[in-house]
Ligand binder design. Structure first.
Ligand code: UDP
Length: 317
């Protein structure tokens, strides 16, 4: 059985992928700041390393022990892009390059969770992996996350061209499910739980493609274990396009309490003007062609499951 080193193993995406691997009997070395997904500790094949991603000696030791390095740790909260851009760049780009170098020198496969943010404000949806990245000015800091992921993608492509390292790159589209924190999905469900209003930024016509976590980690599993997918970039997302207003209505439907919508400008919410993305929709034909993957969880079902988890958690307290 293979060994996987997962950064951010106790975070939202990292913990779900780690659990899928653990259930299959693989060994997982999981690095994270704290035991935020403590149920992973029950697996004998899981080794938890409680540390930051800033300790090079620890990173190196973990890479040495692994066959695959899955770099999932990151700061993917839009308000942090404008509030703590240096930290976002540091964790994403600097640590990422360091880990890629460790893999390049030791011949380990590198798995990168990149982002649909990479397409920026390209108006031509759905996005194909070969489409242009349309980002705004540097001065706002708003694009620091997507730019950091872009540099890692470039670096991996450069290594692939030189035949120095194998990697798989996935661009994720608004992943949600149990243990998600922040972002529109967790915010809305949390508010529904407490009977508070749902805050809609702008007029709510902006769209996203909400993708349930089980579908996402299923795609990871297929891609990382199939050589023909190496050194390729894949969109991983549910191509159903949903406006924030439609999404708010879906949350109102699953909510046990009646909840209202409240409108706020982006500037009011983020503290300064924030360039939102109008439409974000993936073309997933490449992923389907390479692996046969299609998403199987509808937004309604995914929301029900996520809300049920949150209610159970709240009842424990
Ligand atoms: N949004 C909203 N209310 C919230 C949080 C987010 O209306 O409480 C909007 C946000 O402005 C964006 C969309 O929902 O248009 C998705 O935001 P999220 O923070 O989930 O991540 P993004 O997809 O922008 O990276």
């Amino acid at each position: 059985m293979k060994t996987y080193f997962v950064t951010g193993a106790m975070g939202f995406v990292g913990s779900h992928f780690s659990e899928l691997l653990l259930k299959k009997g693989a060994k997982v070395i999981g690095l994270d700041l704290g035991p935020h997904a403590p149920h992973l500790l029950d697996y004998d094949n899981f080794t938890f390393v409680q540390d930051t991603v800033k300790n090079d000696d620890i990173l190196k030791r973990c890479v040495d022990m692994a066959d695959y390095v899955c770099h999932i740790a990151g700061i993917a909260e839009p308000d942090q892009y404008v509030k703590t851009p240096r930290k976002v760049i540091d964790i994403t780009a600097f640590v990422g390059i360091k880990l890629i170098e460790m893999c390049r020198l030791t011949g380990k496969l590198f798995f990168l969770t990149s982002t649909s943010e990479i397409y920026g404000n390209n108006p031509n949806v759905p996005f194909k992996e070969t489409d242009n990245r349309v980002l705004g000015p540097t001065s706002t800091n708003r694009w620091c996350y997507s730019s950091s992921k872009a540099i890692l993608e470039h670096y991996l492509m450069a290594c692939a061209h030189a035949k120095e390292l194998d990697s798989v790159i996935v661009r994720l589209f608004n992943v949600y499910g149990p243990r998600l924190r922040g972002r529109v999905v967790a915010n809305y469900l949390e508010n529904a739980l407490q009977g508070k209003n749902l805050i809609v930024h702008g007029d709510g016509s902006q769209t996203r493609s909400f993708t349930y976590i089980d579908d996402v980690v299923d795609a990871f599993d297929r891609l990382i274990h199939d050589e023909k997918c190496f050194n390729e970039i894949f969109n991983v997302g549910n191509p159903v396009e949903t406006s924030i207003l439609e999404f708010a209505k879906a949350v109102q439907k699953v909510s046990d309490k009646p909840i209202d919508l409240e409108y706020m400008t982006h500037a009011e919410y983020y503290g300064k003007s924030y360039e939102d993305i109008d439409r974000r929709v993936p073309d997933v034909s490449k992923l389907e062609k390479f692996t046969g993957w299609v998403p199987t969880t509808t937004l309604e079902d995914g929301l029900e499951k996520t809300f049920a988890y949150m209610k159970a958690k709240a009842a424990e307290k």
